[in-house]
Design a protein around this ligand. Structure first.
Ligand code: HEM
Length: 161
């Protein structure tokens, strides 16, 4: 009697596990994120008509093509694109020295402003297309332990691989 119960239980378990297997097999894979070197990111600086325009803030690469009137060729903020412009965004500066990801020596207020523009403007308005190599890897090439991919509801990956 006890053996029969175990058998039935096993059969039920096998069916339910097989079902899960099938479900897992056909689950759509999560979309890959693209990793940009500085050189690759530079190609999306708005200089070529019809090409996407990318801007990185805090190591996150956003597709800002829909903001062409801000970032396109000859537009007022074109200097910010094709690179990580965290420092410029934090300081609200377009001076060439600030067109960098380097945020060292910024004031508490500037860092707060950077975070609020990152959240309120870039994450809210533009799709994320990847991350900069500098965000994922330390200078020596080892992985950056603090890296956590953003959970973007409107994440879209451009078909450019
Ligand atoms: C006299 C100085 C400035 C004025 C009057 C000004 C004004 C504006 C205005 C009216 C907008 C459009 C907002 C919208 O339509 O959504 C804008 C957007 C923007 N401003 Fe300025 N701005 C100035 C300086 C700067 C500087 C120095 C920076 C340097 C980082 C900057 C960065 C930006 C950026 C990145 C956007 C676009 C944000 C987006 O993608 O939505 N601005 N600015």
């Amino acid at each position: 009697m006890a053996t029969a119960h175990v058998c039935v239980l096993f059969a039920l378990l096998s069916v339910s596990l097989a079902g899960d297997d099938v479900k897992l097999k056909y689950k759509p894979a999560t979309k890959p994120v693209r990793l940009f070197t500085e050189e690759e990111l530079r190609r999306y600086d708005g200089s070529e008509e019809g090409q996407p325009i990318y801007l990185a803030v805090k190591g996150v690469v956003f597709d800002v093509s829909t903001g062409k009137e801000f970032y396109g060729k000859d537009a007022p903020y074109n200097a910010l694109v094709g690179k990580d412009s965290s420092r410029a965004v934090a300081k609200m500066s377009l001076s060439p020295a600030d067109l960098t990801s380097d945020t060292t020596d910024l004031t508490e207020e500037q860092l707060k402003s950077l975070d609020s523009i990152f959240e309120g403007t870039y994450k809210a308005k533009y799709p994320i297309v990847g991350y900069t190599a500098a965000r994922l890897l330390n200078q020596d090439g080892s992985p950056n332990e603090h890296f956590k991919p953003e959970d973007q509801p409107h994440f879209k990956i451009k078909d450019e691989f």
